[in-house]
Design a protein around this ligand. Structure first.
Ligand code: PAN
Ligand code: ZN
Length: 186
């Protein structure tokens, strides 16, 4: 039987001591996400061990929902801030919620039909991600961006579309300020 429990989430670091799923995403595995391939190569040559983000998840066998955190480190490659891969859910009827606990960023969203939206990520803002909206988070600040996410266990990640085509809009640094611009490569 599933039993209720309280799970501690450290909103500063994103640590979830009782997490039972974890992964670390090194920047070296994010080749192709950034438009400026030369800047990417220069970055990884200088920072071969750099981590882009880490994910910790708390999942109980047989449960309908699970949750966890993503901790995104600050950084930039070319004029693009550090970002997650971005994905649709395999199940098109499954949305998600992202509750930002520390840091600053932006959540880029898009539909298969071409709608785009951005939602600010700042402490206290819970982003509602409707079903079948692709979502990518971007750390636009100088500190780690930490958010807790809550999702159905069977939602699944579908990375292929975004990995192949990118997203319609980019979050870039323009003279030290965040700008959301159309992706010329889309
Ligand atoms: C999140 C993301 C996490 C990493 O848990 O999976 O932030 O982003 P990518 O999976 O796009 O690399 C989530 O949206 N789960 O559904
Ligand atoms: Zn998701």
């Amino acid at each position: 039987m599933l039993l209720p429990e309280g799970v501690f989430i450290d909103g500063r670091s994103g640590a979830v001591p009782n997490a039972n799923e974890r992964y670390v995403k090194p920047v070296t595995e994010l080749r192709g996400l950034y438009r400026d391939a030369a800047a990417f190569d220069a970055y990884v040559a200088q920072n071969p061990a750099a981590v882009g983000y880490e994910v910790a998840g708390f999942r109980r066998e047989g449960a309908d929902i699970f949750f966890g955190t993503t901790t995104m480190y600050p950084g930039k490659i070319g004029d693009e801030y550090f970002m997650t891969r971005g994905h649709y859910h395999v199940r098109r009827d499954c949305g998600e919620a992202y509750y930002t606990q520390s840091g600053n960023g932006v959540l880029l969203l898009q539909t298969r039909e071409g709608e785009t939206r951005e939602v600010e990520m700042a402490p206290g803002i819970c982003a509602f991600i409707p079903p079948d909206w692709a979502h990518r988070s971007v750390n636009t600040g100088a500190e780690p961006l930490v958010f807790a996410w809550f999702c159905q266990t069977t939602a699944g990640h579908d990375y292929a579309d975004i990995l192949t085509h990118g997203m319609r809009r980019l979050a870039v640094d323009r003279d030290g300020k965040l700008a959301i611009v159309p992706n010329p490569g889309f």
